[in-house]
Design a protein around this ligand. Structure first.
Ligand SMILES: [Zn+2]
Length: 136
């Protein structure tokens, strides 16, 4: 059984020190990154590598204990992006600083986590132009 610090190190390095939802690299904002319970503890999500994701303050805060959101195109309740089960590129792509959804899961996630708040999109675009935000 990993110690809490070993677990945090594993999760951080596995994510290559980037937010697993909006891909923001750690250290480029004033706010510290967090260890997101993908299935929140309130829903009995365990503190295990399989249920943890590395997330920026904003994504983790807006996600809160949510497991799902509404797909803005269909109005359907749709589960959120799951960093351990889903591949980012299958659900999202970039259009300059805007994170574009490719699927209902992508749309619900961007909406709940407010990933395309104009301030965040502008910040990402500036970081991309400065070569500090990889778009791979
Ligand atoms: Zn994020």
């Amino acid at each position: 059984m990993a110690t809490p610090s070993e677990l945090k190190s594993l999760v951080r390095e596995r994510a290559q020190r980037r937010c697993e939802y909006c891909r923001l690299p750690e250290g480029l904002t004033q706010t510290s990154f967090q260890f997101d319970h993908i299935i929140a503890e309130v829903h009995d999500g365990p503190t295990t590598p399989e249920n943890l994701a590395f997330a920026c303050y904003y994504c983790n805060t807006y996600k809160g204990p949510n497991l799902a959101g509404l797909d803005g195109e269909t109005g359907q309740v749709t589960r959120l992006f799951h960093p351990r089960l889903d591949r980012w590129r299958e659900h999202f792509r970039w259009n300059a600083g805007e994170q574009v959804a490719l699927t209902p899961i992508g749309r619900a996630t961007i909406r709940v986590l407010r990933i395309n708040h104009p301030d965040f999109s502008a910040m990402r675009e500036a970081l991309m132009q400065a070569g500090l935000f990889p778009t791979d």
